[in-house]
Design a protein. Structure first.
Length: 94
């Protein structure tokens, strides 16, 4: 196994902020992270004030962005670290 990290990202909004803490808590309980992995939480409405468990990089948007704009922001972070191929995307469900 190599030392290359992965990028995980989540977006919280005004309507989902109640679930954000629990989603992050569950993520850290059920995801085996390496020292090189990075986890980002995009606060889409710049209103999330709950505790953030684990090692999460919080990005606060100045104004709400669309789903695509937030996804592009995470991809840009991965590109900047030259890890685009390791950006973890959700599995497609049929």
């Amino acid at each position: 196994m190599n030392n290359t990290g992965r990028v995980f990202g989540m977006v919280t909004s005004a309507n989902s902020s109640f679930y954000t803490f629990w989603a992050l808590k569950s993520f850290f309980e059920h995801t085996l992270l390496t020292a090189n992995d990075e986890v980002y939480l995009i606060d889409n409405y710049n209103a999330y004030e709950e505790m953030v468990p684990g090692r999460v990089n919080v990005i606060k948007n100045d104004a709400p962005l669309t789903f695509s704009e937030n996804a592009n922001k995470l991809i840009a972070i991965a590109d900047a670290a030259d890890i685009n191929s390791r950006l973890v995307r959700p599995a497609r469900r049929y």
